[in-house]
Every structure is written in C-alpha cells, then in structure tokens.
Design a binder for this molecule. Structure first.
Ligand SMILES: N[C@@H](CCC(=O)N[C@@H](CS)C(=O)NCC(=O)O)C(=O)O
Length: 307
C-alpha cells in the first residue's frame, strides 16, 4: 500500500464528510472508506483517535487527521494538483470556511434538527442535541429559532446564488475549496429538509452549480473494514517530522504532555506534542492495538491544555 494511501473514516449520511468526499473528487484520488457508526461508541475508531469521536477522520498509515480543516490542509499538501485554491486564493478560502462551517452551518443545523426531530430516534436526538446546541439543549428552544434560521439560510444561499450567476464555480471557471464548503450545506438541506427541493428552487444559479459540483464525484472510493484500518496503522510508521513553533502565543512546545478537546465538547485526547504551527497541533500517542500514532488537529476550534 502506498505511503500516501488515504483512508476516510466516515458514513454516507454525514454532510461534513461529504465536504471531504467532494475534495477527494476534485483531486481525482483513489481512496479507502471505512464506514463508522453514526453514534458512539466507535470502538475501532477510538484506538486511532484517542477519543475524538467526530466524523470524518482521515488516516494515512499511522497519521490520523481529525477535523475537516486538518484533513483538507493535508490533502492539499500531499496532492497539490489540481489545487483547491485556484488563483492563489488560499487565505480567502479558509476565511470562507469560518463562515460556512460557523454561523451558516449553525443556522442549517437548527433547520435540519427541527425538520428531522419527528422521526429522529431518541438516542440520536440525545446525542446530537447537546453536541450541536450545548449541554443545556432544549428542542423547544431550537424549534423557536426555526423560522429565523431558515430566513438566514435563505439570505445566505441567496448570496451564493447571485455570485454564481456569472461564473461556473464560486471562485471562477474552475472548482475550488469554497465549492466544497458550500456544496455540503446545500446537500445537507436537500437531504434533511422535508421540502428541501422546493426551498432550493428559488436559487436557480445555485441549483445549476450544485449539478456541476455533483458531477465532479468523489474520486474512486473502495470499502475496507475498520479492522483492516487498524492493521494498516499498526504496521505503519508515523510520517510526520518533529516541528517546533517558537511563535506559539500559547507557549506549546514539542515534548509537552497535553490534552486536546473540541470546543464543541467531547472527550479530551491526551498525547505528547510532536509538531506545531499556527494552523495545527499534532500529538504522539501509543495504543496496544495500533502502536504509535500521530494525531493531528487544527488549532482553531480546539482547546489545548498542558498537563
Ligand atoms: N469541525 C468538525 C465537525 C465534524 C462534525 O460535526 N461531524 C458530524 C457528522 S456530519 C459529527 O461528527 N456528528 C457526530 C458523529 O458522527 O458522531 C469537522 O469539520 O470535521
């Protein structure tokens, strides 16, 4: 197996994974897919991530990438052509992610949860409610925000629609990261909103673009089992070199024992700092099922504490 073989731990219904699947399609990659459970426990993912439970997770040998920011950054690094940043618009594209994965996603999560709640199994609601709306989650409070969130989505999809009047993709004539960032949200609304098809009809340029992005596809995925993925990690060596970040305002240093936790909550991952930059933090961990792995996180959206 090539040392760059991408393994995505995902499940078909995951919108955030759809963002990465589209990026894999843009890059025309052949990749392996491990279908993981939609609810914890995820017993054959935890040895790789050390407790991180969100979806998707990317594995390349014994290197484990948590969060789509980190995954996409690594994909661009390893497979630079075709670039996700046509015209060199790297900074702007990551800025777009702060909007699409932030306030726009939050509006859409409100709409989707309310739409799905009548048919949602109790254990799913009990998991996703606090995950996306905090520990004080109340379905009634989320329902009260439905109309204003739908109005927000309408306004923001309207901006994208207008922008697509005169160009094939968001940045111009070729696809780039902002297309994947916006597409997964349209995919999410179409799939989860009962009248999603009707809602989206008011955005004709966006719908035409949606077809173009869909046609890009997902590259060439092939299913493997979670046990295969654990074995691949076990026989691989960590590829990431040690890297310090003397400018870290938080004072993190290679060799420190730290905990890393998503700001949205969930278990802390414990490990030894191995590689740092303004954008990422990578830690080394040991587990008897997989040996030594390097687990990578973005800095934004995660809290790191030195032990
Ligand atoms: N910031 C994370 C968010 C990931 C996320 O919220 N993913 C959803 C799936 S679409 C999730 O993890 N849901 C709970 C689960 O799968 O256990 C990222 O960009 O990867």
């Amino acid at each position: 197996m090539s040392s760059d073989q991408v393994i995505l731990h995902d499940y078909p219904q995951s919108p955030v994974s759809e963002k990465v699947r589209v990026v894999l399609g843009m890059k025309g990659l052949s990749w392996k897919s491990v279908e993981i459970p939609r609810l914890p426990p995820k017993p054959n993912l935890m040895p790789l991530t050390g407790g991180y439970r969100l979806t998707p997770v990317m594995q390349i040998g014994a290197d484990i990438y948590c969060d789509t920011k980190c995954i996409i950054r690594e994909l661009e690094e390893r497979f630079p052509e075709p670039t996700l940043f046509p015209g060199g618009l790297t900074g702007l594209s990551w800025g777009v992610a702060e909007w699409t994965d932030g306030p726009l996603l939050q509006d859409i999560l409100t709409v989707a949860l309310v739409e799905m709640s009548p048919n949602m199994p109790k254990e799913f609601l009990n998991d996703r409610g606090p995950l996306y709306f905090g520990t004080g989650f109340s379905l009634d409070e989320v329902k009260a925000k439905y109309s204003s969130c739908l109005a927000n989505v309408r306004a923001q999809f309207g901006w994208i629609n207008v922008g697509l009047k005169s160009s094939k993709f968001i940045l111009g004539e070729v696809p780039g990261l902002p297309d994947a960032l916006a597409y997964y949200l349209v995919w999410f609304i179409r799939d989860r909103m009962v009248e999603g098809d009707q809602f989206l009809q008011q955005f004709p340029h966006l719908e035409a673009w949606e077809k173009r992005v869909k046609a890009i596809g997902h590259g060439n995925p092939e299913s493997i089992t979670d046990l295969d993925a654990l074995k691949i990690a076990r026989v691989a060596k960590v590829q990431t070199a040690e890297q310090a970040d003397p400018g870290s305002p938080l004072g993190h240093s290679v060799g420190h024992e730290v905990t890393i936790q998503p700001d949205s909550g969930g278990p802390q991952v414990v490990g030894t700092v191995h590689s740092l930059s303004a954008d990422h933090i990578s830690i080394l961990r040991e587990n008897k099922l997989v040996g030594q792995v390097c687990v990578h996180f973005p800095c934004i959206g995660y809290t790191v504490k030195t032990l």
